[in-house]
Design a protein around this ligand. Structure first.
Ligand SMILES: *Cc1c(COP(=O)(O)O)cnc(C)c1O
Length: 380
């Protein structure tokens, strides 16, 4: 069987450059726990790219989101407004503190939190707003931050998709008090499992250091500020191993090439599928003029859920794995127990009509051509 008959996967991780060399160096240096040389390199790089005062590498984006929930000192019954069209971790991190996720609808164009729906989601118990830059396209942060500031609410960016993207010339991940990044295998830059917390308010740094170090003031001890370290607050084990940071550094060194390749692939899908999409009543991703996308994923919005189902089958039969995306959180069993239920029509439609095409940095031109040929052979 020729390789042509193997299905094109939805995602395939690939080495960008010197990841394995850095891993060996970390081992040879004898520092494989957290906060080693590679963690410092990665944090310095991310701090520059995201204009962040402080960067802490974490074992995942989920862990970084949990840190934001601890930093916000949320209490049971506090409410956090967020999209329903997102990954479970966005809600779970706050629910773990006893807070109630309150789900707001998304815009039909960018599929980001709809800033005009925030007011109706706010109550006297609202403490924070969490935004997700879906696919790497910025939310309407000016309006969202203004609405939050009027009520004294914190804003957190779940920037799992957005590293490398911009909103009005400012990096995604730099637009609120705190942001979380993901380096999961499926994300633009990866070390298998990993993440980072970005802090833009220096008054949060000391508390964040306590939280990540199991609730201890170990950081102060290491810097000589205290002569022993002890339990001083709530915390957990939120530090990334330097083995993973070494791998991540190999990716970050190549960030510009990775982003450039994703841009080429993304634009080719967008331009190549344009006339097919128009004829077929399919909506392609929308990137507003004031946003530069991080090109995290490429999706199609089919006209109906039935067409989406047929499309996924069609792609599979042509050897390409296209997949659906988020199941709306407001319809999940957990949310129905905790958050009550309000219909979110745009979220429900988008979730049932959206299909993601195979899209990954290591995708070859030939693979992409095969995917596009298969897409164009589909009639909704
Ligand atoms: C992937 C993802 C996460 C979770 O990332 P992990 O690093 O796997 O914890 C959180 N939020 C969004 C929007 C994601 O896409």
């Amino acid at each position: 069987m020729s390789s042509e008959h193997f299905p094109i996967p939805f995602n395939r991780p690939s080495l960008a450059g010197r990841e394995l060399e850095h891993l060996q160096k970390a081992v040879a240096a004898g520092h494989i726990s957290g906060d080693g040389e590679y963690a410092r390199k990665c944090a310095g790089f991310l701090s520059k790219r995201c204009g962040a005062g402080a960067v802490m590498l974490t074992p995942s984006c989920t862990a970084a989101l949990e840190m934001t929930a601890l930093l916000l000192d949320l209490r049971p019954g506090d409410e956090v407004v967020m999209p329903s069209f997102t990954f479970v971790s966005t809600a779970n991190a706050y629910a773990l503190r006893g807070a109630v996720p309150v789900f707001a609808d998304i815009r039909p164009d960018t599929l980001n939190l709809d800033e005009t729906r925030l007011e109706e989601a706010f109550t006297s118990r609202t403490r924070a707003v969490v935004v997700v830059h879906y696919g790497g396209v910025g939310c309407e942060m000016d309006a969202i931050c203004r609405a939050a500031a009027l009520r004294g609410l914190a804003v957190v960016e779940d920037n799992a998709h957005g590293l490398g993207g911009f909103y009005r010339g400012r990096p995604l991940g730099s637009l609120a008090t705190m942001a979380a990044l993901s380096f999961h295998e499926t994300k633009n830059l990866s070390c298998g499992e990993g993440g980072a917390l970005l802090l833009h308010d220096s008054s949060l740094v000391e508390q964040a250091e306590i939280i990540r170090d199991k609730g201890t003031n170990r950081r102060k001890f290491l810097s000589g500020a205290v002569d022993k370290y002890t339990w001083v607050g709530l915390g957990s084990s939120y530090v990334m191993s330097d083995l993973l940071a070494a791998y991540l550094w190999g990716q970050l060194e190549c960030m510009d090439q990775i982003m450039q390749r994703r841009k080429v692939l993304w634009n080719r899908y967008a331009e190549g599928l344009k006339s097919w999409a128009e004829k077929s009543g399919v909506q392609l991703p929308v990137v507003p003029a004031h946003c530069a996308s991080a090109h995290h994923l490429f999706y199609l919005l089919l006209p109906t859920p039935q067409a989406r189902g047929r499309f996924l089958d069609h792609m599979r039969s042509h050897g390409c794995l296209a997949v659906f995306h988020y199941q709306p959180l407001h319809l999940s069993p957990m949310a129905r127990n905790r958050s009550g239920f309000r219909p979110l029509p745009v979220t429900e439609r988008v979730s049932s009509c959206l299909a993601r095409l195979p899209f990954f940095t290591g995708m070859t031109d030939a693979e992409q051509a095969r995917v596009m040929e298969a897409v164009e052979a589909f009639r909704p």
